[in-house]
Write a protein that binds this ligand. Sequence first.
Ligand SMILES: [Zn+2]
Ligand SMILES: [Zn+2]
Length: 271
Amino acid sequence: MSAFVCCTCGTQFAESEAPPPECPVCLDPRQFVPPDGQRWTTVEELRATHHTVVRDDGELEGIGSEPFFAIGQRALLVPFGGQRLMWDCISVLDDAGADAVEARGGLAGIAISHPHYYSAMVEWAHRFECPVHLHADDAEWIMRPDPAIELWHGEFLDLGHGVTLVRCGGHFAGGTVLHWADGADRRGALLSGDIVQVIPDRAHVAFMYSYPNLIPLPEAAVRRIAATLAGLRFETIHGAWWNTVVPADGAGVVARSAERYARALRDPGLI
Ligand SMILES: [Zn+2]
Ligand SMILES: [Zn+2]
């Protein structure tokens, strides 16, 4: 028995004798199955071929895996009392990564923006005996069910220590961002996964139904995200990959980008 991991999306599945017949996350139009077919690895193989790295990423520390694996996101370690809250997750858990997190007080919990980053959440939760907070609207995408997973409902979940989960929808029905009130010297930070996508100029963000397949969101969904975030104070925005940080005026960047997106949907000449 082994916990198989999809090489394309990084999702770890419940233990089984043989690889799962398919990966529902990759069959969904928001992801893809490569033209040469589905490939699988296992937790044990992944630990032999990849390792974790912890380093500063803007005002926060991130934890990622090297070499690049699957979607390539890094997680963030948010100060949470004397511990850390892991925002999003990665597919690799090795002793060095666990020791590094332990040295920072361990994990009080894990919160994840959407199913593309569920990755090895259950393995991390077991290692630190902590809960995983997932929005209930995305429960169908859980490939390794576990008692550590706590589904939350509604629009906001106050986790304490200035950390609030906010459902934005869009990319996924339960698409969630994390608001960290103490971030950016208490001016607030938004940890956005790819629910709000940090793009190259750092002066705009974008919003998509599918990133690899370039399928946009309708205007109503983008306006809903912007309206939800308009009620929050934040200066910085931390995206899903290393070095994806909007350094200033985060709330303004989201508001202006949503307007630009809506104009572009009507006619890119209006941008
Ligand atoms: Zn997959
Ligand atoms: Zn995604």
